[in-house]
Design a protein around this ligand. Structure first.
Ligand code: 9GP
Length: 792
């Protein structure tokens, strides 16, 4: 390893060890690790061709990969070797690992799930490709200026990305706009604009390095030649225009789509990567098969949300316009290949495109969508329409074009059946299935939490890393004082490290013995960070009223970004920072209560916070969080959950036992009923002196003396249209928090409850999830090449 690192430093980077930076060492180490992956990767690809195995194609606008060095080293079993090699070379391994930029090609749960799935597909030896976009700028970087969120461009690609292989030979022409001619019973699309999709491949090797799959990300390039004539005329801008326009498509993750131009760009991004992926998989299939009718036997395509839903019409277009299949047969064949995962019920996230826009950008696809709509009507008269009120409804399109549609937790799947897709479900009663999300235990315990991971391995061996259900053995230790002490010591070590990091990055001193209460996720009204900060103020009030009473010291930790155009979410961020400033400087409460909100939450920060958390905040309005996966990561790392009966919380609670979970709040059904009660929010506030007081303080500018009316709108909104029922759940949340305080004061009881959480989370490994998809949706075999035991 040492020699390989030095060789890369010299031959690949052209650097001399004596004059190399941390960055150089990190790239050299990554290249050395990548070398070790390549053989496994080639072997896997060869085997897939030889056995003509069915391949899974996972189409996702987002892959929230995070850093890869540790992940790759762990899967290859090379962490110790890499550490030793760098140490011998006089380098600090941890600093080298931390030098890697956090690849944030995603917003949150959906993108992180896609990354976990890539790990598991490889670990289970399922031949698979992840397909997405190689964004030049991932999710924006968040800073706080006077407590306000400020966004700047993220720049992960300004340094060399050592993991990827550029494939200039793998290119597809992607058309936009133009018109469609029909003659001799055939359609001919003449796009007005064309860009090239170029592939970049990252090998993804599973646990123990036995199988390698590919994450293929597409980058946009101009299809036209460089305009030398304009350049020679001195018109340099004109010469570069087509290049700039083409590159725009893969420039940023989630462009602001509140403008028409933004909407068009987003639609082009979706079509760009979907079309390139479909063309690529068809090319691969046809290199080995003659009859396109066999496609469903060899190809399973999973649509991660509706973003790649244009895959249905694109497959139909290629099969009918280019391979001359009748349209109805093409529709049926495409359907047999496609599966669709729904990740949200929020109406604003279920995509709809105006027919004017879709017809302008993708005229042939609009015709095909009409044909699919008619085909559905002919087979099922009265079925919900894909095209309605001048819009193309991508959820309906994805549903109708998929042979299976899945929700991501038991509750969410039931709600998918009974709400957004109730009519389609009645027509196709076996199409919707559930696949509760899962997480990879490799990244989310083994790698991110060394103290706990080592303790578990000492106690029950290391089989749990591959088969998480083995953690169940720890249930026998919940009465073992010595083991509980060791378990608490591992948590304490993580908390101490986090406290040091908080002191360095936020300048706030926190006590590692206080309860670390963590809410990290996108900032959204339904996730109710607002309720958390209101509860913080209420607790602060009561601590100040009786500072000598018996309190459990708390550190409230927040992390998350608000979408740049989401005004209320940004106000919530501002409020948390304003409250933090006041509370953290209050000599009366001192160490009893601190509020910490480090900027720029990302995967790396999650890996730091989750192992150190005592309490996991999963407090969404019931019925709104499709699943959550952070909830699983926390429980696995021995945090207790305070949560509502929402998303996967329901199943987590069933697994860890209701006595080891702090439940509060209205159920999904009660939420719907409560919304029908006239003036429910005002009534709830008036019935709660505690909440009224807090809202009064915020509205009066107690936390924003420089601008006392700053939160009038936010507070007024709670009185008038508290759609997410913060007011109705507040008292029950507050009381449950105090119950958590009490239990925390009895340290060994808390530790036993936390251990039960860790021990019971085996079911939430994405091994189980991927096996479920393989069996129920893709009809492929999990070959268990990595020696993972079959638990499903
Ligand atoms: O909001 C859901 C989250 O609950 C879920 O865990 C995640 C993965 O399934 O998907 C999120 N949805 C989105 O990010 C957008 O639909």
């Amino acid at each position: 390893m040492k020699e390989e690192i030095l060789r890369h430093l010299c031959k690949s980077l052209g650097k001399d060890a004596a004059h190399s930076s941390v960055h150089d060492w990190r790239v050299a180490l990554s290249l050395a690790l990548r070398d070790r992956m390549v053989d496994h990767w080639f072997r896997s690809t060869r085997e897939t061709y030889e056995t003509r195995a069915k391949r899974v194609y996972y189409l996702s606008m987002e892959f929230l990969i995070g850093r890869l060095v540790e992940d790759m080293a762990a899967n290859l079993g090379l962490v110790e070797e890499a550490r030793a090699a760098l140490t011998e070379l006089g380098q600090d391994y941890d600093a080298v690992v931390l030098n890697e930029p956090d690849a944030a090609l995603g917003n949150g749960g959906l993108g992180r799930l896609a990354a976990c799935f890539m790990d598991l597909l490889a670990s289970l030896g399922i031949p698979a490709y992840g397909y997405g976009i190689r964004y030049e700028h991932g999710l924006f970087k968040q800073d706080f200026v006077d407590g306000r969120q400020v966004e700047t461009a993220e720049t992960w690609l300004t340094q060399r990305n050592p993991w990827e292989f550029e494939r200039p030979e793998v290119q597809f022409r992607i058309g936009f706009g133009g018109h469609v001619d029909h003659h001799d019973g055939k359609a001919y699309w003449h796009p007005w604009e064309t860009v090239l999709a170029t592939a970049y491949d990252t090998p993804v090797v599973g646990w123990q390095g036995k199988w390698g799959n590919t994450l293929r990300l597409w980058s946009a390039r101009p299809a036209s030649k460089f305009d030398l004539e304009s350049f020679n005329r001195g018109d340099y801008l004109a010469a570069g225009r087509s290049e700039a326009l083409a590159r725009t498509i893969s420039r940023v993750l989630y462009p602001d789509d509140t403008t028409e131009a933004g909407k068009e760009l987003r639609l082009k991004q979706e079509y760009f990567f979907t079309a390139a992926s479909i063309m690529d998989l068809l090319r691969r299939f046809l290199s080995d098969h003659d009859d396109i009718r066999e496609l469903p036997q060899y190809v399973a395509i999973q649509l991660n949300d509706t973003h790649p839903a244009i895959a249905g019409p694109e497959l139909v277009r290629l099969m009918s316009d280019e391979h001359n299949l009748p349209m109805d047969e093409a529709i049926e064949l495409a359907r047999r290949c496609l599966g669709y995962t729904n990740h949200t019920l929020l109406p604003e996230a279920l995509e709809r495109w105006h027919v004017g826009l879709l017809g302008r950008v993708l005229p042939r696809h609009l015709e095909i969508i009409r044909a699919i709509d008619e085909d559905q009507q002919a087979r099922h008269p009265g079925s919900p329409r894909i095209l309605e009120h001048d819009h193309v409804h991508m959820g309906e399109l994805a549903f109708i074009m998929a042979h299976k549609v899945n929700g991501v937790s038991a509750l969410h799947t039931e709600l998918v059946k009974s709400t957004v897709f109730s009519d389609l479900h009645r027509i196709h009663p076996t199409r919707i299935v559930n696949q509760t999300n899962g997480i990879t235990p490799r990244r989310w315990l083994h790698t991110c939490n060394a103290p706990l991971s080592n303790l578990i391995t000492r106690e029950i061996g290391d089989g749990w890393v591959a088969d998480l259900e083995k953690l169940k053995a720890l249930n026998q230790r919940t009465g073992d004082r010595e083991f509980l002490d060791a378990f608490s010591a591992a948590k304490r070590q993580n908390k101490t490290e986090l406290a040091d990091w908080i002191a360095q990055t936020c300048g706030i001193a926190v006590d590692p013995d206080a309860m670390f209460d963590v809410q990290i996720k996108r900032i959204h009204e339904y996730k109710r960070q607002l309720m958390n900060i209101l509860e913080t103020v209420a607790l602060w009030n009561e601590m100040r009223d009786a500072p000598d009473a018996e309190w459990t010291p708390r550190v409230k930790i927040f992390g998350g970004k608000a979408a740049p155009g989401y005004h209320v979410a940004k106000q919530i961020i501002h409020l948390i920072n304003d409250v933090a400033r006041v509370i953290n400087n209050d000599p009366v409460t001192g160490d009893l209560l601190k509020v910490v909100f480090p900027a720029n939450y990302n995967v790396t920060m999650a890996e730091r916070l989750i192992p150190a958390a005592d309490l996991s905040e999963q407090i969404s309005t019931a019925g709104k969080e499709a699943s959550g996966t952070g909830n699983m990561k926390f429980a696995l790392n021995g945090a207790l959950t305070i949560g509502t009966l929402d998303g996967a919380n329901v199943e987590i609670r069933e697994h860890v036992g209701s006595e080891n979970f702090f439940l509060f709040g209205l159920t999904a059904r009660e939420v719907v009923e409560r919304r029908h009660v006239h003036g429910y929010a005002r009534a709830a506030i008036e019935a709660s002196p505690r909440l009224s007081r807090v809202l009064g303080q915020i509205a009066d500018g107690q936390f924003s003396p420089e601008d006392s009316s700053r939160y009038h709108g936010l507070v007024g909104g709670l009185y008038d249209h508290d759609y997410f029922l913060v007011t109705c759940d507040f008292d029950s949340y507050f009381d449950t928090q105090r119950r958590a305080d009490q239990v925390y004061r009895n340290g060994s009881n808390w530790a036993a409850m936390a251990l039960r959480n860790t021990a019971s989370m085996g079911w939430f490994s994405s091994d189980r999830t991927i096996r479920g998809y393989a069996r129920d949706i893709w009809q492929v075999d999990a070959v268990d090449r990595a020696g993972l035991e079959m638990t499903a």
